[in-house]
Design a protein around this ligand. Sequence first.
Ligand code: 13P
Length: 230
Amino acid sequence: MTTLNDYSPEVRAEVKQVREVVSNLHEQLIKWNLVVWTAGNVSQRLHSADLMVIKPSGVRYEYLTPASMVVCDLDGNLVDGQEAPSSDTASHAYIYRHCPDVYGVVHTHSTYATAWAATGQNIPCGLTMMGDEFGGPVPVGPFRLIGSEAIGEGVVETLKKYPKSPAVLMQNHGPFTIGKDAESAVKAAAMTEEVAHTMWAARQLGDIIEIPQEDIDKLNDRYQNVYGQH
Ligand code: 13P
């Protein structure tokens, strides 16, 4: 078995840094009320080697530390760690292998997003912030069992049809989000829950007014390229 000692000092230094980043970001899932007990997981891919750092499976958030994070290769094989990796490791690895710009993946069971997933419905694009963040509706992906790369395949397949969305609501399961790093993917998970909640409330009040695609494209372009500090 390949171990971390087979990698260069540069790679080992990045592993150390990413273990800290990934461990700390799990606190954000709790902070934003996106997970309960041991549900959900965060990973980040390394830039210096084809490796990723992911949460150990079934360990309570209070007990997660940088040292307890698990290092795997992009086929999901264990490279370093005391604990068994997340049950979604093979799916995170599949996403990294097929989406070269993605360096962060997050999964949650956040309540409103998962409710949309349980009904198999895309969240329609009825908010400017959805145009900004998702470039359209938040799409539903297929039902897939947990424990293999099947979820990752479903995420990648769905994103081909919705290339601007950083989130897929896996049917009957919950959101999987992506980003340029784990922090961006956590942000996408928080935004997914926010719009899922608002659009659920909107549905209770009446019919959704969907934003025309032409305006969604303008919103998305401004938010992605002009908004914020440059
Ligand atoms: P892990 O604790 O194995 O990451 O599982 C959590 C989960 O939500 C599986 O879908």
